[in-house]
Design a protein around this ligand. Sequence first.
Ligand code: AHR
Length: 537
Amino acid sequence: MLNAHRRKFFKQTMLAGSAYLANSWFGRGFFAITSPPDIARVVVDPSRRIAEIDRRLFGSFIEHLGRAVYGGIYDPGSKFADSNGFRNDVLEEIRSLGVPIIRYPGGNFVSGYNWLDGVGPRKDRPRVLERAWNSVETNQFGTNEFITWCRAVGTEPLLAVNLGTGTPETAAALLEYCNVDKGTRWSDLRRQHGFEQPHQIKYWCLGNEMDGPWQIGHVPAREYGLKARDAARQMRTIDPAVRLIACGSSGPFMPTYIEWDRQVLEECYEEVDAISLHRYYGNAEETGGDTTKFLAMNLAMDRQIEEIIAVCDLVRGHKRSNKTLWLSFDEWNVWYRARSGKDVDGERRVAPHLLEEVYNLEDALLVGGLINSLIRHSDRVRVGCLAQLVNVIAPIMTNDNGLLRQTIYYPYAWALKYAHGRALDLVPESATYEIPGLGKVPYVDVAGTLDTGGKAATLLILNRDLEKAREVEVLWHEVTPNKVLGYQVITGPDLKAFNSFDAPQRVVPQALEPPKAAERMTFKLPARSYAVINLAI
Ligand code: AHR
């Protein structure tokens, strides 16, 4: 587009927009509209760039919990098992999804885990009473099996070290075991276990949710900060290439939220690269069961990210540091039903059914919104983990005869498939509704990406309006799409509809008639929907 055209275009769109722009601000790039127009408008300008998205933003998580490992990814007795005992159907599903990074082995589990129990000849590995979930851990699957599985899947491992019952020394020993070539105690042990080549694991979490009184080995912030600093120093000496993530707050519900992060970073800012965030959303106590509120919860994720960025940058200022930390949102999802009683108590069994949350349509819509929030903050959030991946609060469930895609599988799969390259700072305008505590919530929530070659663009759009389809107008600036390659949507009449092994297709994406590619495009977003539009430029 020529410059004169560009100026005219901008003038027109700005004039149109300014008639109903209000003062409220919803995170990056949301303008609230006081006299709600029926049409939502999005200006897409490739030069308004948030960041090149790190693919690790769309990672996931597998914990030694319930049937995630045993019966999920590893099941030597299954008809789907390969020669390693890995479930081949699950492996193929995750490989074709293209999950870029997977956190392991916990979660709460890691804080009581002795990694030495899970390496070496299987027959010598102990059966352990696992205390985070009160289960029996057979240790038949451990670090080397996980790395072998990751290589087969084509994903990167993100290992967490135990800083609960573990020490900086046991953490450093695990890193030495994994990453040092040879000639030292732990690297030679790995070789003895049949792994000549070092695993070269780059990303490491320094413990898990150490702020939580539920966490094995929980300590006050300063104590954890010192432990993390010691572990980080030892680990960097062993391998200077590692990326280290300190434990941040387990969520804004914590009484120590923000204070924990500040104190921890005051102790270990210079030694780490990032801090973690966790958050699970529910449509019960938090929302009173009101779905209009539930679907706005990704704005709370926006806010949490912005608050933790503020803490990181405050500590950077105090320390006059040249280093800027990035964030690892390494546990996020909807989780509120399978959260107490038998759902979290393994009763000393092997691979009990724990946290087997059944996801419905509205959960999938919020997961879509959460993906939009992550994309909008991809300048600071580099790692993200949908928690979790298989059988435990998961998009993929297994039984003896196969696997099931839960509703939340679909928005996650779209992010993996379509949200590539550059995250765009869009200029959306939408009518709003009021949610106490959150303020004015736009009905339409959009994120957009442009692939690295500039040849393909993607829009991911949530329509929070439960009753009405919403008209959307997209105004392209500088580039004009040649063709709309696809317009898919997840929606349905029943927000509580879910998939099951008996009815696996109740909630699946539908292909809609793609809008015509043009500099100014309009299309209808169905009520209560999450959509992906991908375009050739
Ligand atoms: O993902 C389930 C659990 O949630 C994890 O073990 C823990 O880190 C979090 O509280």
